[in-house]
Design a protein around this ligand. Sequence first.
Ligand code: C2E
Ligand code: MG
Ligand code: MG
Length: 625
Amino acid sequence: MWPVLSLNRPLLWLALAAASASVWLPDLGLRLAAVLIAATGLWDAWRQVRLERLRSRLGQEALTVTEEGVIVTDAANRILAVNPAFTQITGYEQAEVQGLNAASLAAPRHDSAFFERYWQTLQSTGRWEGEIWNRRKQGDEYPEWLKVRAVSDESGRVRHYVCLFSDISLRKARERDLRRIGFEDPLTGLPNRRRLHDLLTSRLRHLQAGESLDMAMLDIDGFKEINDGLGVELGDRLLARFGERLARQVAGGVVGRLGGDEFLVIRTTTFDDHEQWVAGLQAHLGEPFELDGHSLRLGLTVGSCRAPEDGRESGVLFQRLESALYAAKRNGRNHCLRFRPSLDVQEAPRLALVNELRNALATGGQLELHYQPQYRLADDGLAGLEALLRWRHPRDGMISPGEFIPLAERHGLMAALGNWVIDHALAQMAHWRRQGMPEVPVWINISAMQLFQGDLEAALAAGLARHQVSARRLGLELTESVLLDERAGDVAPRLEALRERGHPVAIDDFGTGYSSLGYLKHLPLDKLKLDRAFVRALPDDRADAAIVDAVLAMARGLALEVVAEGVETAAQRDFLRAVGCELVQGFFYDRPLTVEALEARWREQALVGVSETASSAESLAQPQA
Ligand code: C2E
Ligand code: MG
Ligand code: MG
């Protein structure tokens, strides 16, 4: 583009007049003066041309370097010029779009009312700004953020429109990802348990006459050994590859990961070949996986069922799949079993255990809380106690919470069990206070079921009032899966209310669920408990060391305290101390202790007499080296 020489410059006219005068003026002196004036004027004009050229080049340059796409149109919205960013975003070269109406670039997503409003705003205010969907040359549609300005001449008539836009598809995708968290298993990208419930429900609802649903719950045999033997990283990659292969095998069906090494497959079908279908899955996944020079052949245990024959409701079907899978596991490895009603009978031992748990709850005699101390790394002072539930079964001995808590959750006992824990922990704290024992915060674990089956808030308030303990002494630990369990509804406002009452709140087993930074930001929390999976291989595992470092940095940014779980060695402690972790808990310091053991320890240290007032907790701790 060539700059135009502006003609309304008096010096230019004067120079032209002087130039002609220099020809006819009689006096040599006057002629010389005219030449001088003409030269000055022409020099000024030349300077002006150069300046204009520079300005124009700068403008062009700016359009070239900007990452925003630019379109200049005439008053009829026909494209006159575009910049390189436009080509980069849309795929169109300038020559391909010149003369086209700019509206022809829009994706057919907006209705005529949208464009009416667009033009109204632009005409009345001279500008428009907002999100709009366009289409690239390659055909895909993308969202852009568009700013339009009308450019008018001196008389106020619109001559041009200048449109600036940026591609916001990445940003939108990130927002979508954030929304998706909680529905997707981050390791495999497959739907998670929660999403699978929804998908199964919707498949059941859309089942046509003559159609059935085949469902299979698959569990990889001996996955724990693979993980322990070859390392967690390889284990993770194996799970991802397993998920991929499974998804390819049941194209058109649903494949998801339930957690750990358990996957679920659902397909809608008109065939009556359930057993062959399952055998096919098993055979296909039995082919070896090649990973890092290892050839891994997996055994698979499968529980399966079919709707509508085996049930019409997703909750029931899930339960039956689990029954079938557990029964298959009892039959040894690499075994498939379809649900049959008699399995409910075979479940009898488990059901008997549920009944015994119910009785234990009613009498309270066999249940105990053990307490595992948490220590401050700065001075090895006692910072708190985590209450961990134990069941001392009269016949089977000590049963671990990992075994009976899922049972209690599945059979509707968790709210009652949770209330027992609340009341018992508070009673214990009141007792310690009366005895002059250290008054440190006690943390209890909260199950999702307590949030949506029981009335957690009422149980807490009643317990605090009964035992005269202040809420800030009773911390609540919730796992990520609890926070994201949609059956509990939006837990954020409830957590906020609990924190307002004074309860500290911690996210337990952090790193094993679906946490994302964006998500954490919105939750009212005081603490993160870093899962022991990340602590186990410290300090030698560089990946885990980096993760721990990153979590600590993030926690600092969010003003959260971090407790590292499962600290078993001095080397782990030293590493954690060096990277600035505040709190630790683990066998290196203490195993979960019975009340007697804990009290004996306190007495032994002779820092508290039975009726003395509480001494400072700081001086009580004595880590076992
Ligand atoms: P959690 O809340 O993450 O509890 C920590 C678990 O790690 C405890 O297992 C504890 O004994 C174990 N642990 C602590 N330090 C170490 C260590 O250095 N190395 C190793 N290998 N393990 C360590 P526990 O007592 O078997 O409890 C397992 C889970 O059961 C708990 O995990 C918690 O999720 C659940 N649980 C326990 N008590 C309750 C309860 O009262 N209510 C609910 N809802 N869940 C509970
Ligand atoms: Mg816990
Ligand atoms: Mg934990």
